[in-house]
Ligand binder design. Sequence first.
Ligand SMILES: CC(C)(COP(=O)(O)OP(=O)(O)OC[C@H]1O[C@@H](n2cnc3c(N)ncnc32)[C@H](O)[C@@H]1OP(=O)(O)O)[C@@H](O)C(=O)NCCC(=O)NCCS
Length: 140
Amino acid sequence: MQVKIRPYKPSDFGRLREMYSDSEEICMGIPSSYAETWIRCLSDGISIIAELNGRLVGHAVVTPLNGKEVSLCVHVRRGFRRRGIGSKMLRYLVDVCRKWGYERIRIVTDEKAVGFFKKMGFKIVRVGYGYEMVLDLTRL
Ligand SMILES: CC(C)(COP(=O)(O)OP(=O)(O)OC[C@H]1O[C@@H](n2cnc3c(N)ncnc32)[C@H](O)[C@@H]1OP(=O)(O)O)[C@@H](O)C(=O)NCCC(=O)NCCS
């Protein structure tokens, strides 16, 4: 399976909206009917796409929180999960963040995805509405 990871381009918008609309939820209970608003909310960040045979199968974004930290969102199309696409996108963003001098990646996620982030080296720092987890880039 040759999944290509590349930067998001504005012409991806329609296909990305379709990908999110095809999902039960976007993240943390946000329904897929909010796909358009969600994509626009993330537009300030560094946004990447996973593409397989011309089809969008994943999207991930990091948004700066301050000079040292970014916040992460990652989504893999339903039916394409557990094939290494999420981890490939995350590794790509880790490289970008380290190059730009960021020290931590922060995420708030629900219970279903905690196993994925633990596997990627994130540690739980707080449990509240969701699981707040941090990846320390200075220790990689
Ligand atoms: C979380 C998510 C991004 C993971 O992407 P993925 O492509 O399925 O993950 P990978 O295939 O790269 O998984 C790598 C490893 O993480 C772990 N992992 C992945 N999903 C897991 C799960 N649901 N439960 C436990 N461990 C999991 C496994 O160890 C896996 O390796 P393995 O399949 O060889 O056992 C994907 O499930 C998703 O898009 N979920 C819906 C959106 C979401 O919850 N996003 C996170 C909050 S923004």
